[in-house]
Design a protein around this ligand. Structure first.
Ligand code: KG4
Length: 336
């Protein structure tokens, strides 16, 4: 079975091919146009997807050594994401499926992140065991998901305000770092003292997250210190980044600890853009080792938006005969 998958939910245009259960290609065109604006501009994202989609799909097929006529199904990210961006991938996938006379498979982007750990590049690559917990942390979501099976996922907790990625990006922005700020904080944090500054941590019940208080306390720290020293940020950027990163990790792991106590599992995964963060990866490894849990840390290429995870999620749906009608509209918001 050979599947071509298309991902266009935000600002990465991606296409991937899975054949006989193995990933054959995964091409990602990241959009640079948003860097000038400090955030993703939806209309520009849609236009860039339109320019990128044909060459990206062509390249994915070429790298996989697969012809369009060899495909058995076309998969696409149906949501959640930016509606204009999703429409480009959705319409393209539908057009291709109609012209080739093959079925269409819709994928929930969040399922894709959770199932990215099942992507195989070699036949004997190992995969997680169900049920497992996945800490899904991206620019738009922060959730603790209990994956019962490929299709059955339960949200144990989620953010009530900002996502972890937004906390990274917004704090980075006030420090004058380029967008997206997460990778810059990661880089600076490696040289800084994580104990230097203390920022607020939330006290909310259950397994839900909150990052807005941290953001406010970060801003107050900058404001108070900038009064005394206008070069405060420049002089202390590594310590600020390290302390911010440590606080975000503490907040994430505090609820994760509660989650594994309430729902004992043998496997735990992370996914989403923030799971590329070096500190997060190391802390989750240690967290799992201490508790005798097997940790699944994705290769960095599968942390941010990519079509390989969409192809993998679609492969499960293909096996289950779960196809999508041609009039299925994309959705901007959805629970997992
Ligand atoms: O999953 P993703 O690519 O898509 C969206 O949800 O939009 O996640 C993007 C997020 C951004 O907030 C970005 O700053 C963050 O992932 N990110 C990182 C790192 N790499 C990407 N955050 C911290 N450290 C990183 N190394």
């Amino acid at each position: 079975m050979t599947i071509l998958a298309i991902e266009s939910s935000c600002d990465d245009t991606s296409a991937a091919v899975i054949g006989d259960g193995l990933l054959l290609s995964n091409v990602i065109a990241s959009q640079r146009v948003h860097e000038n604006y400090g955030g993703v501009v939806p209309e520009l994202a849609s236009r860039a997807h339109q320019e990128n989609i044909v060459p990206v799909v062509d390249e994915a097929l070429r790298q996989a050594g697969v012809k369009k006529e060899d495909l058995n199904a076309i998969a696409f990210t149906r949501g959640p994401g930016l509606l204009g961006s999703l429409l480009v991938g959705t319409s393209f996938a539908k057009g291709l499926a109609i012209s080739l006379g093959i079925p269409l498979i819709d994928v929930n982007h969040l399922h894709g992140h959770v199932l990215s750990h099942f992507i195989k590049r070699e036949p004997d690559d190992e995969t997680p065991e169900f049920p497992f917990i996945c800490l899904l942390i991206s620019g738009g979501n922060s959730q603790i998901v209990l994956a019962h099976s490929e299709g059955e996922m339960e949200i144990l907790g989620k953010t009530i305000d900002d996502a972890a990625g937004e906390a990274f990006d917004k704090c980075a922005k006030v420090m004058g770092l380029p967008y997206p700020g997460g990778p810059h904080i990661d880089r600076l944090a490696a040289e800084g003292n994580p104990e230097r500054f203390k920022f607020a941590k939330p006290h909310i019940p259950g397994l839900d997250y909150s990052f807005s208080g941290l953001k406010t306390s970060f801003l107050y720290t900058l404001r108070d210190n900038l009064k005394a020293d206008p070069e405060f940020i420049e002089k202390n950027k590594a310590d600020l980044a390290a302390s911010l990163q440590k606080t975000i990790i503490d907040i994430l792991l505090d609820k994760l600890d509660k989650a594994v106590r309430e729902h004992p599992v043998r496997h735990l995964a992370i996914g989403g853009g923030v799971s590329a963060n070096s500190g997060v990866r190391k802390a989750v490894e240690e967290f799992c080792t201490k508790r005798g849990i097997r940790a699944w840390i994705p290769p960095r290429v599968f942390t941010t938006d990519n079509a390989a995870m969409v192809a993998q999620a679609a492969l499960f749906k293909l096996k289950a005969g779960d196809f999508c009608p041609l009039d299925a509209p994309p959705y901007s918001r959805v629970e997992i």
